[in-house]
Design a protein around this ligand. Structure first.
Ligand code: BTN
Length: 326
């Protein structure tokens, strides 16, 4: 479709003017057809300015989820990804689970989610159009990865991407939450399906939610959540973040098997509460301890009442322990 081709050309020259003549000779269509397609692209939300007698420019800040722009930032490995962009869906993780025949490396993105899911049955606020709601499906050669470390790999990949693209200093709260200035900016939900007969893992779904351009959160989240926009004061281009993130995800997923020591080192460097007193929550139960280290399997090593315990991520979450002086 000529509209898609025009968008690709504008994205390749983002922020620069492309003349109607150039576009029309490159694509072999009339200038009038170009004008019509540009108008259609504008209606879809792309910020394209017409400059009289000079041509069209896709504004640098234009933030519309776009497959070609994602691929441009994803670079070499782009051809291995199957990218689907949805307007709205209950949850991108659920979408993948319900569409059984999706190929390996499918990335599902949605502009909003109506029932974004988090760990431990929590919800993830996904009504804002300025967020990234992404799920990556892996079905092939899962033995290339140590899936026990997949959530940690996704956390490091996301933190590094945000810091590189947006200039932040992202911290990780074990196991799957990313924090900026003490507030949650991103969450990860890793899920798998098991093949009934063999009992082996048949698919891995890595779901990542990032609050990017969100200006305001519902009142109940104001003291808990933040967005990249609230922290940096700048709007980001989600497709750029996504392209870099997909590249970083592949690199860190491979590290789970090829270089887990380095992955754990990177994770610990960003990890909140190391060496501090924490509370450990399992359902309604609370326990106390000091967070000593991370095990080679990514489990927490806690010192509590003179004992050293290793805790798995299955059902627990942690918080910093506020010790009040009475
Ligand atoms: C958490 O906060 O515990 C994890 C949140 C994970 C949210 C992402 S958004 C994309 C994917 N789809 C979902 O329903 N959840 C994940």
């Amino acid at each position: 479709m000529s509209k898609d081709k025009i968008l690709t050309l504008l994205e390749e020259h983002k922020g620069k003017i492309l003349s109607g003549n150039d576009l029309s000779s490159k694509l072999g269509i009339s200038r009038n057809a170009i004008w019509k397609s540009v108008n259609a692209l504008r209606k879809e939300g792309h910020q394209i300015t017409s400059i009289r007698n000079r041509g069209y420019v896709l504004e640098l800040g234009s933030d519309h989820l776009s497959e070609s722009e994602i691929r441009m930032h994803l670079g070499e490995s782009s051809s291995t990804h199957n990218i689907l962009i949805l307007t709205e869906t209950p949850s991108t993780n659920t979408y993948i689970k319900e569409h059984k025949d999706l190929p390996d490396n499918t990335v599902v993105l949605s502009n909003t989610q109506t029932s974004g899911r988090g760990r431990l049955g929590k919800t993830f606020h996904s009504q804002d159009q300025g967020g990234i709601y992404l799920s990556l499906l892996k079905v092939k050669e899962l033995t290339k990865y140590d899936t026990d470390l997949a959530t940690l790999a996704a956390a490091v990949a996301t933190a590094e991407t945000l810091d590189k693209v947006c200039g932040t200093e992202t911290a990780i709260k074990w196991v799957n939450d990313l924090y900026l200035n003490g507030l949650k900016v991103s969450g990860i939900l890793t899920e798998g399906t098991i093949e009934f007969e063999s009992g082996t893992l048949s698919s891995l779904i890595i779901g990542i939610g990032i609050n990017v351009n969100t200006e305001r959160f519902p009142e109940e989240l104001e003291d808990i959540a933040t967005s990249l926009y609230q922290v940096t004061g700048k709007k980001s281009v989600r497709s750029e973040i996504i392209g870099h993130l997909l590249r970083s995800l592949e690199e860190h997923l491979r590290m789970t098997k090829d270089n887990p020591e380095e992955l754990l080192r990177k994770y610990k460097k960003r990890m909140l509460y190391l060496g501090e007193e924490i509370t450990i929550h399992r359902g309604n139960e609370i326990a106390y301890g000091k967070l000593m280290d991370l095990s080679r399997k990514g489990h927490l090593i806690i010192e509590s009442e003179g004992k050293t315990l290793t805790l798995n991520s299955g059902e627990i979450s942690i918080r910093k322990r506020e010790i009040r002086n009475e």
